[in-house]
Write a protein that binds this ligand. Structure first.
Ligand code: BJW
Length: 225
């Protein structure tokens, strides 16, 4: 049984019509990251942050998984492979393609989180800070998203999977945001074979053993086949 850890980023959903974060047309072109993706920004202007995420939730809800999401779901279903699928994406497209047990290290647009008591519940289409928490009734509703300065989710589980991996693959991520950006170094230091997938050859660092350059909808199905 081969143990594979796959890390995905915004590039895997780009061909489903969802914007990436950096580069031309990236999400932050319209919104400075400090204005929307930090706890401080939320404390300063919760309405702006909710508007940003309500719009992201609307777009993600209308998007459909692409061939890369489907190929990864097929890989997960194979009997001879144990796949740990870790995503930085909050869009839910891996699940829409049929993948189960996806590790959402940066949270999910589909969930709401009470900043007062930590309770989680399915996000309404349009969320506002004034929405009462169904558990404690406080009005401190926020998206269940990991912002800069917050600790990503499931780090222990991810570290365990990386410790046991035979293969590591990083797909459609710029590798600029930590701790996810450090997974490849951790894997490479253990002698794990590392595959990098990106549209842009320059975004795949020399630490990767195999460079798969091109759109994820082509390179990922070709790798999985
Ligand atoms: C294609 C393609 C196609 C396009 N096919 N490819 C200084 C040094 C080191 C670290 C820090 C530092 N100062 C601060 C930090 C920490 C900070 C950080 O990393 N900052 C950096 C910016 C420097 N990190 C944090 O604060 C994290 N927390 C933390 O570190 O806690 C401490 C701790 C950790 C662990 C244990 C104990 C303590 C939290 C990070 C939270 C990130 N949140 C965001 C926004 C919220 C989610 C949301 O709104 O959606 O998450 S930021 C944003 O970037 C989002 C993404 O998940 C994340 C990564 O972006 P991604 O996915 O890589 O997208 P892009 O756009 O950057 O790249 C897309 C790529 O796809 C490109 O390369 C394209 O070429 C490619 N592509 N189309 C294939 N068709």
């Amino acid at each position: 049984m081969q143990r594979i850890v796959v890390l995905t980023g915004a590039g895997v959903s780009a061909e489903s019509g969802l914007s990436t974060f950096r580069g031309g047309g990236g999400l932050w072109d319209d919104h400075r990251v400090e204005d929307v993706a930090t706890p401080e920004a939320f404390a300063r202007d919760p309405a702006l942050v909710h508007r940003f995420y309500n719009e992201r939730r609307r777009k993600a809800g209308a998007a459909r998984p692409n061939a890369a999401h489907h190929a990864l779901a097929e890989l997960a279903a194979r009997d001879d492979i144990h796949l740990t699928l870790v995503t930085q994406n909050v869009d839910g497209l891996h699940e829409a393609a049929g993948a189960r047990d996806v590790i959402h290290m940066h949270g999910a647009l589909a969930d709401a989180l009470c900043a007062a008591c930590g309770h989680r519940w399915p996000a309404p289409k349009v969320m506002a800070a004034e929405d009462p928490c169904p558990d404690c009734a406080m009005r401190a509703t926020r998206p269940d998203i990991v912002w800069f300065g917050e600790i990503p989710y499931h780090m222990e589980r991810i570290a365990e999977a990386l410790e046991r991996a035979d293969i590591f693959a990083s797909i459609g991520t710029s590798g600029r945001v930590y701790p996810a950006a450090g997974f490849v170094d951790h894997a490479a230091a253990r002698g794990v074979t590392c595959h990098g997938f990106n549209l842009d050859a320059d975004e795949i660092g020399p630490v990767f053993d195999h460079h798969h350059v091109g759109p994820a909808t082509q390179t990922v199905p070709a790798w999985v086949a």
